[in-house]
Design a protein around this ligand. Sequence first.
Ligand SMILES: NC(=O)c1ccc[n+]([C@@H]2O[C@H](COP(=O)([O-])OP(=O)(O)OC[C@H]3O[C@@H](n4cnc5c(N)ncnc54)[C@H](O)[C@@H]3O)[C@@H](O)[C@H]2O)c1
Ligand SMILES: CC(=O)N[C@@H]1[C@@H](OP(=O)(O)OP(=O)(O)OC[C@H]2O[C@@H](n3ccc(=O)[nH]c3=O)[C@H](O)[C@@H]2O)O[C@H](CO)[C@@H](O)[C@@H]1O
Length: 456
Amino acid sequence: MNPNSEDTTRTIESLYHASVSPVRQSEALTTGEVPVAVYGLGKMGLPIAASFAALTGNVTGVDIDPDVVERINDGVSPVRGEPGLADAVERTVADGSLSASTDAADAASEASVHVVIVPTVIREDGSPDLTALEQVVPAIGTGLDPGDVVLIESTVPPGTCSEVVRPTLEAESGLSLGEFGLAFCPERTASGTALSDIRGTYPKVVGGADAESTRVASLVYGELTENAVVPVSDATTAECVKVFEGVYRDVNIALANEIARASGELGIDTLEAIDAANTLSVCDIHRPGPGVGGHCIPYYPRFLLSRAPDARLVRTAREVNESMPAFTVEKLREQLREAGGEVADARVLVLGVTYRPGVEETRESPAYPIAAELDDAGATVFAADPMLDEMPGLRATPASIDELTSLDLDAVVVVTPHEEFDRIEWSAFDDLVVVDGRDAYDLDGTTHRVYTLGRY
Ligand SMILES: NC(=O)c1ccc[n+]([C@@H]2O[C@H](COP(=O)([O-])OP(=O)(O)OC[C@H]3O[C@@H](n4cnc5c(N)ncnc54)[C@H](O)[C@@H]3O)[C@@H](O)[C@H]2O)c1
Ligand SMILES: CC(=O)N[C@@H]1[C@@H](OP(=O)(O)OP(=O)(O)OC[C@H]2O[C@@H](n3ccc(=O)[nH]c3=O)[C@H](O)[C@@H]2O)O[C@H](CO)[C@@H](O)[C@@H]1O
């Protein structure tokens, strides 16, 4: 008799220590016998929920924001700028694969695979703020049943699964690890390409609190991704993988920024030198810029520093990157002075407000400290960004691309070169001081006074 023949007739509702074959477990996941809940329906959570819904047909998405839940239940994606997401939400809600709720405990009691992707941020003092995780994990604990598995995708300080998540789940459920599973499975997607990234741009790293958790996480993501699954020794190792990726980027950008700042002392175009150095296969110096934004790269070094405070290079890299907005404004002051002007009398445009081109996100964008410092110095500050309908908190008057020539500008600071800015006719302005923080524009054919970060 086929050893798996009995499997095909047995329904299962959970995967951890499931007593049927892996093939039958995969089938139970992809046919919706094993209910999935996704907690946090933001820029990453909603694409994940929609992806799991398309895979399994049985997902409850949970968010604390009732507006988010209402819109999703109406089949409308509250997250913009993700190709394919609006259609995926409309489709999966319409066919009943995805529904949303504000009630985490209720969703937890129904689900047996729990995917957590709530925001993890930092406080003013740079310490990790895990409030959302600390809210949702106890609620999951109250609904946890034997056989359930909790998969944490939010980026967290190393040790969070073993020191915070596991004890909370155990305390709230009355169960012990071994009766339920727990794994850290970092989200390696980026805003703007979330759906395709989830489906497999990069291998999926998984690290369980025990071997069975790693096995179940591998099985689940083996179905979701078209790429490989990379199991690592434990949850803390997987937590470190994600944090190290961000730290690598932050430190590397800081190196590029230090090199660019030294271009004056060195008397060379450091961007040219970086490009030439990068022709060596082991050399990958990143690009300098007016600052490092978003809610990933600026935060993850702080997650590492919360556990390894003596990591001096990591701390210094943060300091270097955090100093770049002020350095950019200083360069503008210098250039204005050399042109015979003063920042206090200048009408200055901040070009690009989001933290990188093509995304709507403004968190940690260097545009904010740059606009604030210019405003403090007495400048009249404008800001243009085609991605944003509003710019709350920005100390600048919003301006549309088509009205820029009528603003009587003295200077432009290029922070984020969205492709929509390619239609700006630079020769239509009277002489400007341009501080190009991104090496975005070739203004050689104009009479503008240009400082490009790293070039002079
Ligand atoms: N955005 C990215 O590019 C990216 C990439 C990889 C990893 N991450 C990580 O993913 C996590 C989520 O990031 P995001 O960009 O989706 O965040 P986000 O701010 O876009 O969305 C978070 C969502 O979670 C909801 N939420 C907040 N507290 C909650 C709670 N207690 N219970 C349920 N829902 C809650 C919010 O209402 C919001 O809808 C973070 O840890 C982040 O570091 C983000
Ligand atoms: C390694 C990587 O790509 N990780 C991505 C990253 O995505 P991101 O959306 O945060 O974008 P980045 O491109 O990293 O930019 C961040 C800021 O750094 C500035 N910058 C960048 C490169 C450079 O050479 N010089 C710079 O100055 C840039 O302008 C911006 O302000 O984090 C996500 C969450 O963890 C990841 O999932 C995602 O894979």
